[in-house]
Design a protein around this ligand. Structure first.
Ligand SMILES: NC(=O)c1ccc[n+]([C@@H]2O[C@H](COP(=O)([O-])OP(=O)(O)OC[C@H]3O[C@@H](n4cnc5c(N)ncnc54)[C@H](O)[C@@H]3O)[C@@H](O)[C@H]2O)c1
Length: 295
């Protein structure tokens, strides 16, 4: 299928759908580099919190960028409706919850309302973009764009859906660097891309040694910091991601690879069932007045 790469990128907005943990961080990164950013979230409280986060981080993020490459800061816009926000954008990135019943209809909507040359990206941690095409008629402009945890982690993994048009991943590989991001292209289809596939195995075994009573979250994090030079261990990072999100991701890997053991998933679920979701609920593997310092 023929596809024309987006033009006038510097003049057109970047739309972020979902203003939670990741969406607001992605929005901050683009806004700091001078992009016109539009945030969409169903929740007014999330829109407000995201705006406050973006406003409070823009200046610091800009200080790390090359002034010769970035434009002036533009007003941040927030929307309750995707339909109002998307027209005109050159890039749409969704960061809504890790659920196919939300993401598949959303991509159908984006496919219908986005400009013909707009790129449609998912920040999903575990779904390949090829799994989100059920209501899409133009798969050639759909891709995975997986952010780690900006601004602390500026890696972003780019992966096509198997039908993504030539040149899109390379265009993004160039454009995203302006915003201080560090892109990596996954060549071929891979559940978990590059980094998450490796990290999933580390997380699973960390959970297992704690579930079996062999060690504690604090000791596992400490040994990983001591031996691997990590700034934060797996339990600190899972608490930051949110244990409900971690649970969704574990469930997806188990669906994709049925031979994986389920004990680690069940252990995370016991925390979620108890309302311990990590940093965002004030308690997860750690209580947040006692958590080790984290970058
Ligand atoms: N949390 C992480 O560390 C992390 C890291 C990388 C990627 N991701 C991926 O990012 C995505 C979002 O994760 P998160 O942790 O930011 O989730 P989150 O729960 O913190 O935020 C999701 C947001 O989406 C909003 N939302 C739900 N349905 C919506 C809709 N139809 N339209 C607009 N907004 C809607 C919610 O109100 C919420 O604010 C997931 O796909 C996840 O796999 C998360």
């Amino acid at each position: 299928m023929s596809f024309t790469l987006p033009s006038r990128i510097a003049d057109r907005p970047v739309v972020i759908i979902g203003a939670g943990t990741l969406g607001r961080r992605i929005a901050a990164v683009f806004r700091s580099g001078g992009a016109a950013v539009r945030i969409v979230d169903l929740s007014e409280a999330q829109r407000t919190a995201a705006s406050e986060y973006v406003e409070s981080t823009t200046a610091e993020l800009r200080a790390g960028l090359n002034p010769a490459e970035i434009g002036d800061v533009r007003p941040l816009e927030t929307f309750a409706n995707t339909e109002d926000a998307v027209p005109g954008a050159w890039l749409v990135i969704e960061a809504v919850p890790e659920r196919l019943d939300i993401k598949v209809p959303l991509f159908g909507t984006l496919d219908r309302i986005a400009d013909p040359d707009a790129l449609l990206a998912t920040n999903s941690s575990s779904f390949e973009s090829s799994q989100l095409l059920g209501e899409v008629t133009h798969p050639e402009r759909v891709l995975n764009m997986h952010f780690a945890m900006p601004p602390a982690g500026m890696a972003v993994e780019l992966m096509g859906d198997g039908q993504t048009a030539d040149g899109i991943l390379e265009l993004l590989d160039r454009e995203l660097r302006v915003f201080g991001l560090v892109p990596f292209i996954a060549h071929g289809q891979s559940v978990g891309f590059i980094f998450n596939r490796i990290w999933a195995a580390i997380k699973r075994e960390s959970l297992a040694v704690v579930a079996e009573g062999v060690s504690t979250p604090a000791d596992v994090d400490a040994i990983m910091r001591a031996n691997m030079g990590l700034k934060a261990g797996p339990f600190q990072l899972m608490d930051q991601v949110g244990l409900d999100v971690v649970l969704d991701i574990e469930n997806h890997y188990i669906d994709a690879y049925p031979w994986l053991p389920t004990e680690s998933r069940d252990f995370v679920k016991s925390y979620v069932d108890a309302g311990r979701l990590g940093r965002k609920s004030g308690e997860g593997f750690y209580s947040y007045d006692q958590a080790p310092a984290q970058s």
